[in-house]
Design a protein around this ligand. Sequence first.
Ligand code: SF4
Length: 510
Amino acid sequence: MLLIAPPVAKPDAPPAGIALLAGSLRHHGVPCTLLDANLEGLLFLLDQAENPGDTWSSRALRHRHAHLVALRSLTLYRNRDRYQRAVRDINRVLASAVHSRPELSISLANYQDSSADPLNSRDLLREAEQFERSIYTPWFRARLPDLLASENHRLIGISLSFLSQALPTFALLGYLRSTFPHLILVLGGGLITSWMNSRDWNDPFAGLVDHCIAGPGENPLLRLFGIDNACEDPVPDYADLPLTDYLAPGPILPYAASQGCYWNRCSFCPEAAEQNRYRPIRPSTALTHLRQLCEQMQPMLIHLLDNALSPTLLQTLGEHPPGAPWYGFARVNEQLADPDYCRTLRLSGCALLKLGLESGSQHVLDAMNKGIQLDLVIRVLDTLHQAGIATYVYLLFGTPSESIDEARQTLAFTLRNHQAITFLNLAIFNMPRGSKEAVQVGGTAFSAGDLSLYRDFIHPRGWDRRAIRTFLDREFTRHPAISSILHRDPPLFTSNHAAFFSDCFPWPAG
Ligand code: SF4
């Protein structure tokens, strides 16, 4: 079986989804090959890019190979200006790779086509029919026939997790279906799962894809090979991915110790709206996996992919360091306000914690069932800061219970605590299609597409997207204390590279 991670996703780390499937298949004796089409497709486009003639593009093109080498070395991350220039130049070269196709825009983190909606199944199927037009088709032709000929692959599994991957994925499916009609095509991943969880799902890809899989793919894939009794918690297998080619100063090990969320009550959250079940791996098992993978991969950083690291997992990692610095999402809780506990976490390698604060208004937090108290958030931010653990704080504007007054409370809260906040992410609320609130406020789908996951709605307090943008542009981000936090954010890679700017690096050897 050939497992493919399609373009476009941030190219800083090997893809976790296909590595987990490989771990499961190989554990049961099913041979498989992993292909990171995202990374390889990106490097191909950077190699093929032509010079559109402007000064910036010419300079970026000349320096692209030096920038790629620099992005793989920690030295660059010690100089924020040089780092930003390297990322922006690489992105510029990528953009120039499609300069003859004005409808396309491509970056290190995104792929858009103004003539095709990735949330419309008809547009996706058209992308498959017209795969010849895809900017990736020259790479498909250069790479896939030999790879498929060298192994006797019967099945191709494609892991579609992000919207930025949707159009290239369907071009790839179209290429495979037309060139290798005998192959069985399987489509899974987070985005497919969300689509299939929708009440309106009517299997629009049945004529193109042989199997669409919702949720964890390990057992359904094994069943395709006639294996029913799968092991419970496979160890991801990153062995044949090009670990030193990713755009990071050393290998990043992505690892999920759970699926779903142990809290699962926030009213705005797609996890809750899709009623995804919480499936944790026992912390002791997760630790064994991490230590084994650290031994094999010698990662520079572990990215814990959980929606929220459980308190027991955090405690386990604090008491038993996994073997490399690590970061992930955590919920604010009393433990994180304990200085000794946070010092232990820091000593175990905790470089950064991502915290979903959402709002600086207790009223808004309570209305969205966030389950956190602002006085505790203040203590947690301060304790993490004192312990040397960086924070990446997520704020969400425009939830139904917010107005400009509550948004200003968020501004005031952020200003009061700005010294303890290392990075900030600002987002505007999207109403998940299946949420209870979507039913209450009504509205129409965001996109005309049948696969839209969010709804537009008339804000009950008149706090619409345009008003929020104006507030963010003219008030929130204007404040010098906030703009200096925002300025720290690594462009395009954002939280994926943020930990490398912490003083955890270089991590003591051994
Ligand atoms: S804690 Fe995070 S993942 Fe869990 S329900 Fe709330 S927003 Fe969703």
